[in-house]
Write a protein that binds this ligand. Structure first.
Ligand code: NAD
Length: 469
């Protein structure tokens, strides 16, 4: 057991260890393997006060100097990727290769964002008037993250906040606080005191952040239900919000694809991180001509899946926590009552929250596995005859994060993609994010975008300077 004393909160540049603690479970064993300190209202107030004190000097530093600090942070993060990824796997469950990839992506995306210029725009400049649009940092950003990708989902908003001149307070999920606290030690070396603060804590700490008058903006990544509570609470102080919420991504597979090639890609996109990805493929709509062959190829992929804790050959880790494990098992049992399950490589029974990857056929749109976000390696494959029907079924949901269309005919696929009611519609791929491409949800999958100019200026207030000459 790793003792609570080996982790600390970061407040005002100091390592702080209050008496309250959180217990952290390794989902591969189902047992508590570490404790860490937990913040309450006093630590939150101290962090907010520190961030507000640090704000004037940090905003005055300018984009280039802030980008340099972020590059230094990314360098240190990459240099510690080996130890951080082991800790991430222990608390989150994903195979260690996927943990390394998450950390590497965090570093790359954060440096990528600092290459995006945020410039003033001259709207009018004539004999009479000069009108300019500029962007000012907001102040203090609160960053609340979920348990499925705790590093990446903290670093994206953190870089956006810092690069644009804001100070930040990060609160990881109580299920996965440890790697974020360790990253706090790197942040402490790189950034001036108070610029970044890291507070582990439960759901109630998140709620306190959304109501705190000293926080100007909340970046929240998590479930739709909590996202709605966050937005309602932020309304009290009219905080700016970026909400990155859940999805129920459809992949529409047209009749002209190379079935085996597409099956490999779809299986990966549906089951990477054991399906616990907001933009995982969660429903597959396959044309009737290739439906049977695609199901066979997907089941073959599922039979290749391997698990074994920190073993580098592992492709599928456990579900991250007991509550989510029970939910996935419940959705799978419901699917078994209404359709047919084809299971892949059996996950040895025993400790840990492992779920066997499973392809489900014969379900209807109203069945729970189709209608709800499963967040697990069990997914439905549904048949269509007319692509219009596939588009209508894909869009028949309150979710709108992303989706994909698969075909050799790129023009046709692109036309179908454009009709998906989502923030990102991919063609012949699923799950690509880049620093200069905005990502976020339509409908109830979110408000606003992360990455790119659009995502960065969401941490800024537009200000017009209007001069009468
Ligand atoms: P969650 O909503 O339960 O919790 C997310 C975070 O919010 C945690 O830190 C939690 O402590 C905190 N929280 C809980 N109640 C709160 C409240 N009332 N006020 C403020 N904060 C509160 O989500 P989760 O179960 O940790 O994550 C899974 C969900 O996240 C899935 O739906 C997934 O699709 C979504 N997600 C979305 C994206 C995206 O980019 N769109 C990325 C990853 C995950």
């Amino acid at each position: 057991m790793t003792d609570a004393t080996s982790f600390s909160l970061l407040i005002d540049g100091q390592a702080v260890t209050p008496a309250a603690t959180l217990e952290v479970v390794n989902p591969a064993t189902g047992r508590v393997f570490a404790r860490c300190p937990a913040a309450g209202p006093a630590e939150l107030d101290a962090a907010v006060a520190a961030a507000r004190r640090a704000f004037p000097a940090w905003r005055a530093l300018g984009f280039a100097a802030r980008a340099e600090r972020i590059a230094r942070f990314a360098e240190l993060l990459s240099s510690q990727a080996e130890t951080l990824s082991r800790l991430l796997t222990q608390e989150q469950g994903k195979p260690v290769g996927q943990s390394k990839e998450e950390i590497a992506r965090g570093a790359t995306l954060s440096v990528g964002m600092t290459k995006i210029p945020i410039e003033s725009e001259v709207i009018l400049d004539n004999a009479e008037r000069y009108i300019e649009l500029r962007y000012q940092p907001l102040g203090v950003a609160g960053i609340i993250t979920p348990w499925n990708a705790p590093v990446n989902l903290a670093i994206g908003p953190l870089t956006s906040a810092l690069y644009t001149g804001n100070c930040a307070i990060i609160k990881p999920s109580p299920f996965t606080p440890l790697t974020t606290l360790r990253i706090g030690e790197i942040l402490r070396e790189v950034f001036p005191a108070g610029v970044v603060n890291v507070l582990a804590g439960g759901d109630e700490l998140g709620a306190l952040m959304t109501a705190h008058p000293g926080i100007d903006k909340i970046s929240f990544t998590g479930s739709v239900a909590t996202g709605k509570k966050v937005m309602a609470s932020c309304a009290g102080t009219l905080k700016r919000v970026t909400l990155e919420l859940g999805g129920n991504d459809a992949a529409i597979v047209l009749e002209d694809v190379d079935v085996n090639d597409v099956a490999k890609k779809l299986f990966f996109a549906a089951t990477v991180n054991s399906g616990q990805v907001c933009m995982a493929v969660k429903r597959i709509y396959a044309h009737e001509k290739i439906y049977d062959a695609l199901c066979v190829a997907l089941v073959a992929e599922a039979r290749k899946a391997r698990r074994d804790g920190l073993d580098p050959a592992t492709t599928l880790g456990p579900i991250q926590n007991r509550r989510q494990f029970e939910r996935v098992c419940e959705l799978k049992a419901d699917a078994a009552r209404h359709g047919q399950l084809q299971e892949g490589q059996a996950i040895p029974a025993g400790e840990g929250y492992f779920v066997t990857p499973t392809v489900v056929t014969g379900l209807a749109e109203a069945d729970r596995l189709v209608a709800e976000e499963q967040f697990g390696p069990v997914f439905p494959v549904l048949k269509f005859t007319d692509v219009e029907d596939a588009i209508a079924r894909a869009n028949n949901t309150r979710f709108g994060l992303s989706g994909s269309v698969w075909s050799r005919d790129l023009a046709r696929a692109q036309a179908v993609a454009a009709r998906l009611e989502v923030g990102t519609a991919w063609v012949n791929q699923h799950r690509l994010t880049m620093a200069n491409v905005p990502f976020g949800g339509a409908k109830e999958s979110g408000i606003g975008r992360t990455y790119a100019h659009m995502g960065l200026t969401a941490y800024m207030e537009p200000q017009v300077i209007s001069v009468l000459k």
